[in-house]
Ligand binder design. Structure first.
Ligand code: FAD
Length: 319
């Protein structure tokens, strides 16, 4: 009997022992949840990134880039294909407040570096986990600031038609509240880098002091531990956390996961949880809020791997 050909062979040829097989994704997500990826590679620079994606596309292998894994819930079955963990993190500071950051740069580290150089505009990001790439895709934001306010250009790599680089303006990104033209477009574009325009000439101590206030505020209002930050977007004029709390679910536990008693829009993995349990609490909160207030909460996080579709309003009514 002939052996099955190894579809990942071209990737193994390029990356050698750095290509890990059946690698648990829980190690790469902030919620510490998620089953194995068929194969996984850490991209240490943008060449690794573009090579991995080009090879995967050429051989029909599904691929996915992860930054810090701070905004994704990966299913317990994991991911059938290639996961690329992005560590391409070079940063260049130019005249006039221009900062060119590769997408794997850690966002909060970048924010502190900018503050130390007297560049204002990223103080809000001081405590937001993840990478520049994830923040560019999601229009991450906090404390009244967001990426959209600082991003000028986004350098993208695409394998559609043939591998090429595109430079998108901030207008092309069509930024909205925790959304962009690229959110949910997995498997089409890789963010390679972004050009930010920050405001030079500020006092680094004052910027750091402001950021420290944000850190302290978070410590007071958000739970520690393995979570994904806010699960749902805030609906217009209200707060998802307030609605979930008012629906009586604050502190609800299911298996090893819990709707945080500190902030009801956070679901914490206490250590023994599963992605299925996490999803169960998500849908419990969505259904309870819809039933009580008629508000259909929209996910801020992304579901990765195989999942049942989220229920729509009609199916929530008929429960
Ligand atoms: C405790 C906690 C607090 C949080 N607080 C906030 C907050 O205040 N504000 C906020 O906005 N968010 C918050 N978040 C969510 C999260 O930090 C942000 O969404 C962050 O920007 C995600 O970045 P990441 O690198 O971890 O993305 P990931 O979770 O790794 O990826 C998210 C999506 O982006 C895609 N992606 C990532 N990098 C690339 C790339 N280079 N090219 C193409 N696609 C890419 C992934 O494929 C995935 O679809 C919080 C999360 C946690 C755990």
């Amino acid at each position: 009997m002939s052996e099955q050909p190894d579809r990942y062979h071209p990737l193994a040829e390029r990356f050698g022992v750095a290509l890990r097989r059946d690698e648990p994704l829980a190690r790469y997500t902030v919620a510490r949840l998620g089953g194995p990826a068929d194969v996984l590679v850490v991209a240490n620079n943008t060449t690794d990134l573009t090579d991995a994606v080009t090879l995967a596309a050429k051989h029909g292998i599904p691929w996915l880039v992860l930054g810090g894994g701070a905004n994704v819930l990966v299913s317990d079955a994991g991911y059938r294909g290639l996961v690329i963990i992005n560590h391409a993190k070079a940063v260049r500071f130019e005249e006039g407040g221009r900062v060119i950051a590769e997408s794997g740069a850690n966002l909060s580290t970048l924010a502190r570096r900018c503050m130390n150089q007297g560049l204002a505009g990223l103080e809000w990001a001081v405590n937001v986990p993840g990478t520049v790439g994830g923040a560019v895709i999601n229009n991450a934001g906090a404390h009244g600031g967001d990426m959209a306010a600082s991003v000028r250009w986004v350098e993208l790599f695409s394998v559609e038609d043939c591998p090429h680089v595109e430079l998108w303006s901030v207008a092309q990104m069509r930024y909205g509240y925790r959304s962009s033209a690229l959110k949910g477009e997995r498997g089409r574009y890789v963010v390679l880098a972004t050009t930010l325009l920050l405001e030079p000439g500020h006092d680094p101590d004052a910027l750091n002091a402001r950021a420290d206030e944000f850190v302290a505020h978070r410590k007071r209002t958000q739970p520690p531990g393995a979570s994904l930050g806010s699960i749902f977007k805030n609906p217009p004029g209200d707060y998802a956390g307030r609605l979930i709390e008012a629906a009586g679910l604050k502190g609800t536990t299911y298996g090893g996961v819990m709707i945080s008693p500190v902030h009801a829009n956070f679901i914490v993995n206490t250590g023994e949880g599963t992605a299925a349990q996490y999803r169960h609490l998500i849908e419990l909160a969505r259904a309870a809020v819809y039933e009580k207030f008629g508000v259909l909460l929209e996910l801020e996080i992304e579901l990765i791997g195989e999942w049942e579709a989220a229920p729509d309003a009609n199916s929530l009514v008929s429960r």
